[in-house]
Design a binder for this molecule. Structure first.
Ligand code: ADP
Ligand code: MG
Length: 348
């Protein structure tokens, strides 16, 4: 079962960083007219199928994951959710830098310059990362893993990394040292000691994959939420406007919007940061310096898919509004909201 729980009939609010997502999911909408199976090649005179709403929750990627879907029977709903959670687990196992035997960690531990044939998951996430790396001029860079490990270690000793440590780690950072060979699904690393950290893209990517799995099971009206990275398919049958997602910021302001066939993500520093000597360093760092950003921005992004929303939120966290025109040009229709707060070191 992989942690799939019984269907729940309420949708609890999910807190994430300093933005609270409250999914007001439509209860009491157990019966619907549209058929999940209608896109399949069903006979033309198929009777209407009654769809019920199901919600499942599980823990993956260090986060609470929930799946909301509409299906004709509990049996079908549970099987679909189980397959989707399995996919999230597969993405996590492939990408994690917390386990030395993950595919990502094994790939980077090969001798420098060795071609390594990789899974479709790892190749695809590297390929998407390459695009975001280029678009952001290196502000988004999953090779920051060495810096992240350095900061984790320093944090345990209640200090910040020394300049020497940062310079040393910088030798193993730089996505441009990764070469991708799409024709052969292989990759090679032209620097030694790289640690890939997909923290800024992995949850959005996993949500997209899970949504695809649900679709392949005939569940087009579905939502996947991985710790606040939310990917949505078709709208709920009872609400063609979409899934009602409300975003509440730290200062109490709240806005709400119905969304479907899109994704939403946030990045910020209120929940996940490191404070040392009166300075708050975000868990998102500037790959050019190896130091966590101190701008105190909360970024919300609505994009066509979770991979884009997740990555773009991190890019804007590093670069701020100056990068928005580039992103809007590359991803027409994308919506990016930045909330700034005084830098911690500038507060009275
Ligand atoms: P979360 O949703 O888990 O808060 P984000 O999407 O905001 O994560 O991404 C932050 C994570 O990405 C960090 O915890 C780290 O693992 C990784 N990371 C930090 N800085 C960068 C960066 N500049 N480029 C790519 N990944 C980063
Ligand atoms: Mg992100």
């Amino acid at each position: 079962m992989n942690g799939v729980t019984e269907p729940m009939h309420t949708a609890a609010p999910h807190t994430r960083k300093w933005v609270l997502f409250k999914l007001t999911l439509y209860l009491g909408a157990a019966f619907a007219l549209l058929s999940c199976a209608s896109i399949n090649s069903q006979p033309a005179i198929e009777p209407d199928v009654t769809l019920n709403r199901y919600e499942y929750a599980s823990i993956h990627m260090g986060s609470r994951c929930s799946i909301v879907l509409y299906a004709p029977t509990e049996h079908e709903a549970a099987a679909s959710a189980r397959a989707a959670f399995d996919e999230i687990a597969r993405v996590e196992e492939t990408l994690t830098d917390y386990r030395p035997d993950s595919e990502s960690m094994r790939a980077t531990s090969q001798p420098r310059g060795t071609w390594v044939i990789v899974s479709q998951i790892l190749f695809e996430v590297l390929e998407r990362s390459a695009l975001f790396y280029e678009l952001s001029n290196g502000a988004f860079d999953p090779t920051v893993g060495r810096f992240i490990h350095l900061w984790r270690h320093a944090q345990l000793e209640s200090r910040t990394p020394s300049r020497v440590e940062l310079v040393d780690a910088a030798y193993a950072v730089g996505f441009s040292s990764i070469q991708l060979d799409k024709a052969n699904n292989r990759v090679r690393f032209m620097r030694a000691g790289i640690i890939l950290d997909f923290g800024a893209i992995g949850k959005g990517f996993a949500a997209d994959r899970a949504l695809e799995i649900l679709r392949s099971h005939g569940c087009d009206a579905a939502l996947v939420d991985i710790g606040g990275d939310i990917a949505m398919g078709d709208p709920p049958p009872n609400n063609p406007r979409g899934w009602d997602v409300s975003v509440q910021s730290g200062n109490g302001a709240e806005w709400s919007t119905p969304l479907h066939s899109s994704a939403i993500a946030t990045s910020g520093d209120l929940e996940r940061h490191y404070e040392q000597n009166g300075i708050i360093y975000s868990h998102i760092l500037d790959p050019r310096t190896g130091v966590g950003v101190t701008h105190r921005r909360a970024v919300t992004v609505i994009a066509r898919d979770g991979t884009t929303a997740d990555s773009v939120a991190s890019i804007v966290s590093v670069l701020g509004e100056q990068i928005i025109p580039v992103l809007e040009d590359r991803f027409p229709g994308i919506r990016i909201l930045i909330e700034t707060r005084p830098r911690y070191d500038q507060q009275p």
